[in-house]
Unconditional design. Structure first.
Length: 293
């Protein structure tokens, strides 16, 4: 039976591979983790029948964590990586509650999907890993929306967060105010059409280099393509790129999916991972192979 320590080590290696490793290494990690999960299932079956050995007893601890909303392994990996303690995720949960309470107090309903929702659990886990791996210094994101993903990185890292958003939702600017007051000096939100504001921002601030870029703004092909091309010029030497709403099958996924596919086919982006989360959610991960897309 696979010892818990080895399973955690595999999970930690895969977390790093998803940030900066080649796609082949990532696939090997994922296959190893699937094997480990299968072994844990065998251990669980053994515990039901009784008569388990010492290794199975050790695996039972992991099973309990997996069943706790499937968050336990990720919490322990973060702790073992020397990143944030699991208590930090409890603090994040508290911050999310405060943000949502602020909306309720103002009579505001968040109408657009966001990374704080349960259907986006895989995305939440990945964001947590990126925030806590010690390599994140600057986050750049299109699509601030209600501020949930910005809050996740502000709470779990020391990164400076640059957000670009149309500002069309009534709750967007109150969210900016809440986060600015809560994390002074670390959040910069640029309001307006990102197809214009991103190039203008880069021209005005050429020294801002993004170690993590998330494209989660306009869902049209034109906007997604423009955001991806603009971020190419803002990427740090060591960076990761993520785009939301691909792979998925809803109509609002078509634009991001087409833009991502076009730039990966042209060699501008090296795709590292595709993570489906049902018909209406998904995200893809990569990095820029060229800064001139």
């Amino acid at each position: 039976m696979l010892p818990l320590a080895l399973l955690l080590a595999l999970r930690a290696e895969c977390s790093w591979a998803s940030f900066a490793g080649p796609a082949t290494e990532q696939l090997q990690c994922e296959e190893a983790t699937v094997t480990a999960s299968s072994m844990l299932l065998q251990a669980r079956q053994a515990t039901v029948k009784g008569g388990f050995d010492a290794d199975e007893l050790e695996a039972r601890g992991a099973i309990a964590l997996v069943e706790d909303h499937r968050r336990g392994l990720d919490l322990h990996v973060m702790h073992n990586q020397g990143g944030h303690d699991p208590q930090d995720l409890q603090a994040l949960k508290s911050w999310m509650g405060k943000l949502d309470q602020m909306f309720r107090d103002r009579g505001m309903a968040v109408t657009e999907g966001n990374s704080g929702q349960q259907p986006a659990h895989k995305e939440q886990v990945r964001y947590n890993e990126w925030a806590t791996n010690g390599h994140l210094s600057t986050l750049c994101e299109t699509g601030f929306n209600a501020g949930h993903s910005a809050l996740r990185f502000l709470a779990l890292s020391e990164a400076h967060v640059y957000e670009f958003d149309l500002g069309e939702h009534p709750y967007a600017m109150p969210a900016e105010g809440f986060l600015t007051d809560s994390f002074p000096g670390r959040l910069n939100v640029t309001w307006g059409d990102s197809t214009r504001t991103l190039p203008s921002f880069h021209e005005a601030h050429p020294l801002v280099k993004c170690s993590l870029m998330i494209v989660d703004g306009g869902h049209s092909y034109e906007v997604a393509l423009s955001d991806l091309k603009s971020f190419a010029k803002m990427a740090a030497d060591e960076h990761i790129l993520a785009i939301d709403d691909t792979p998925c099958a809803k109509s609002y996924c078509e634009g991001p999916t087409r833009a991502w596919a076009e730039l990966t086919a042209s060699g501008c982006i090296e795709q590292l991972e595709r993570v489906p989360m049902g018909a209406g959610r998904g995200f893809s991960v990569g990095r820029y192979a060229s800064r001139e897309c």
